[in-house]
Structure formats: structure tokens, C-alpha cells
Design a protein around this ligand. Sequence first.
Ligand SMILES: [Zn+2]
Length: 373
Amino acid sequence: MDFKGALGAASTRVVWSVAEGSVSAFRWVKVFETVAHKNRLSRNGLKAGDRAPVASLRLRCGCDNPRCARHVAARWFGLRGFSRNPDTASTHARIRPFAAMVPLGEFSSMADYVRHVSRISDGNDRREVARARKLGYATRRIGPQSHPASLDDIIRSKPVRSGGVMGKAVAAPAPARHEAAFIDQATPIPQPRCAEHWQIDFGVFRDSDPDRMMGKATLGRSGNLIEVVFFMGHGAALRDGVMKTLLFDIMEWLLESNDPLVQGADFLSYGAVEEGADGRDKWRRYLGFRPFALDAPTPRDHDWLPEDFDIAAYLTLNPDLRAARVLPISHFRLHGAFEDRKYSFQLPRPARPNDIDMAHAPAKLALAPVRKG
Ligand SMILES: [Zn+2]
């Protein structure tokens, strides 16, 4: 590092020690605001000089399965922008965005969560969900890439959403809904291999039209964090409260079920507090999402490599990789681990105890029973 670089690094560290010296001790970070997101932050209860809470993330808890690296990487790449760690911080670190998260540990039960949401939204959200249930909307798990025709309709059903213009909807709006029998292609629901690293899809359906998905959510878990990766509802059903119903059902699963897939999860995150139109901000605030800075260690090679990973063996046993001149460690992390490629001249290690044994997995992973109206 040259002199200027060293000076820059040193002054960054000084800024850190002055502005956020107390982060690790008190688990708070000082708020710096810009004109652009001043109003948004104040609506979320933060103003300049305030102390914002810091969520401590562990993307690996008890699992060291290298096959889970893809999930660690996906969460890390999505969330590192919220991190205040000095090793990922630039000089702009002070004005980093805040993650919108529901701290799951604050709610002892679903009833507790519903009370909380009713307080914030004057009971509106609870009533909307009750109405949607009366209309026959209910959530169920779906397989990956399931219900492609419904999903296409959902995407094309609304030209402008809170995230911006939907190009696909503008180019080709969704056809009018036919009430005749509609069949969509459903894929099987796989059981995740690891309880703390997975990606799961949910669909919300109306009982009068059980094949037509009206809203979809994709959740991704890594360690103590569950991230909302995708969340979109059909324009024609948004006013029915389908998406709130979907979120309520997910919250019920997270708070009430003894499914091993949700044990040990501390946070549900959904984008940045600063991102999206005001409608999305309000939507999230009313459902209990709050701003958090994140404290997450940067994953290092040993977080996603097996102990006996041998670079020379990896390239020798996979001559196509040597020919393609890939970087062996990142290739293994992103692809090789999922392609069952050999990485050691030794015999493979026995399966990790953290892997869920398919034979002993719960037979059914349905959501907690849906409450009636
Ligand atoms: Zn895992």
C-alpha cells in the first residue's frame, strides 16, 4: 500500500473509532443522515445523532458444510452494504443504509406479533388479513420455479410498483383473468439439506381458484438471518390484502412452528429502509420492520471450504477447470461444491451431523395451520 492509501486507511479507522467506537461494546451505531433519506429515516424513528441498533449476524451457526457456501455468499452479497464493519467500510461508511428487519426474538407468539402490528397500524393490517382469509386466501409452500404461468401473470399485472417500473408489464400487460379452470405447473417441494441454509418459496392462493398463484415470496436463510429475497403479488389481488396474509402466514411459521428450518433464526430482513417508494416503506413499518445496522463477519475462505480442500487436487481431479483457468477457490465456493466435484486425494469425509438426514426429516413441512377469519 502506498503512502496515500495508508493514510486513507488510517483516517477511515479514525473516523470509525470516533463515530462508532462504541458499536461493539454497546451494540449501537450513530445515525448520519443525508438530505435524500432524511424524511424516510425520521419516519422510521431515526434522526442524525441518534443511536441505531446493530444486529449481530452469524451466517454460520453450527454448520460447516461447504455445500452451504452458496447460501452464505448469497446473504453476504445482499447484506454487506448494511455492514458497519471496519474491514468492509469505506469512507462512505457513515452514510450506509439500514436494513429493514423484524427482530423475531421480540415476539413470544404470533398473537404477540399481531398485537404489535395492530398497535402500529391501528388494527388495519389485522383487519385486512382477516378479510383476505374470509375471501379464501391461504399460503402454502411451493417448489422452486413452480407455477410459472401464474408468476408471469403476477409480474405483468402491474406496470408500476414501489420499486419502479416493471419493464415486462409495460411491454406486455397480463391478459384478463379467465375464471374458467386454470391449471399451472407445480414442481415438487424439496426438503432442504441443511436446516440453517436454505431457500424456500411460498405461494398464496384463493380456495376458489387453487391452481392460480396470486402472490409469491422467496425466503433465503443463512445462520440466524432469514432474508426476503422475492416478494410480489398480483395487482388484482393486492387490495384484498394477499401480501399481508402471506407475510402473516410466514411470521406464524417463524414464531409458532417447531420446524427445525426456523429454529435459531433471529431476524427477518426485507431490503433497505431507504429503498423503494413511500408505500413500500409504510407497508414494512406497519408490519414491524425496523432499521438495523448490521454487524456480520466477512466470510473467509475457511468459512466455505472443507478442511481437506486441496487446490492442486481440485485442479488435477477436474482437468476441465485447469483448462478453463478458473480461480479454484471461488469456483468451488460458487459451483464445484454443488456439482459434487472431487477436491482431495483422500477419501471423502463422512457426512456432517448438521446435515438433515432425508429419512429422518419431518414428513410434512406445511405452514402452521392457518387461522380462520
Ligand atoms: Zn448449512
